[in-house]
Write a protein that binds this ligand. Structure first.
Ligand SMILES: O=c1ccn([C@@H]2O[C@H](COP(=O)(O)O)[C@@H](O)[C@H]2O)c(=O)[nH]1
Length: 240
């Protein structure tokens, strides 16, 4: 297991390596780890992962893989070689796809003698509310029921955990047990902008619900004082 020094993962949602490294330099001594998502990876490629390695903090590579099993396995192998500490696939890709991802990560790390990344499944994006989930996705049940069903499927496929909103943490924990990793975006410290997120809680509330890791982007990246924003979240976390 790659070691995160605290549960706070900062989403480096910026456009280039220089900006990412500048932010990483500033908040690195405080953050538990970084997240590299589509915006940064599609702009900067694997170079950003190699450069972030120098900061010696684990990196969650959030590319939400979703394709046929063989293609997802190949992409998983590449991200594993590039040093991802956590990587993710969409649960909607199905059990065979999820199994292919975790087996590819295991095989790649066994060959290299390195630590296997956690492979987790994205459930229902935090930008959906119940209404849009029903109208646009055609699901008649609740978001929570779908998230729990996908979490159970991910566990059966051998995945290590899920990405879900903080509102579903307790239900996932109950269904999947204490060792199943729960990573939650949709984190909004009190008084910060909600933006496009629909299912949110504060850092303290999410931890109280049982989250393992909190993913925070704009409340830090868009803050007037990014370092102060990180420190305030850590103070809230440590007061729990
Ligand atoms: O359901 C999901 C899955 C992933 N994300 C990612 O987390 C961060 C959240 O950023 P904020 O700026 O704090 O909203 C972002 O990189 C998303 O791609 C998510 O929000 N919801």
């Amino acid at each position: 297991m790659h070691s995160f020094k605290n549960p706070l993962i900062i989403a480096l949602d910026v456009d280039n390596v220089e900006e990412a490294l500048k932010l990483a330099e500033k908040i690195g001594p405080y953050a538990g780890g970084f997240k590299v998502g589509m915006q940064l990876y599609y702009s900067a490629g694997q170079e950003v992962l190699l450069r972030l390695r120098e900061k010696e903090l684990p990196v969650f590579v959030d590319l939400k893989l979703h394709d046929i099993p063989n293609t997802v396995a190949g992409a998983t192998r590449a991200l594993t070689r590039q040093g991802a500490a956590i990587l993710n696939v969409h649960a909607a890709g199905g059990k065979a796809m999820m199994r292919a991802a975790v087996e590819a990560a295991r095989d790649e790390t066994e060959k290299a003698g390195t630590v296997r990344p956690l492979v987790v499944a994205v459930t229902v994006l935090t930008s959906f509310d119940q209404e849009s989930f029903k109208q646009e996705m055609g699901h008649s049940g609740t978001i929570q029921d779908r998230v729990v069903a996908w979490a159970l499927m991910a566990r059966e496929a051998g995945l290590d955990g899920v990405v879900a909103s903080p509102l579903e943490i307790a239900a996932i924990r109950k269904a999947c047990g204490p060792d199943f990793t729960i990573i939650t975006p949709g984190i909004r410290p009190a008084g910060t902008a909600i933006n496009d997120q629909k299912r949110t809680l504060t850092p303290g509330e999410a931890l109280k619900q049982g989250a393992d890791y909190l993913v925070v982007g704009r409340p830090v990246t868009a803050a007037h004082d990014q370092l102060e924003a990180v420190k305030a979240i850590l103070t809230e976390i440590h007061s729990m």
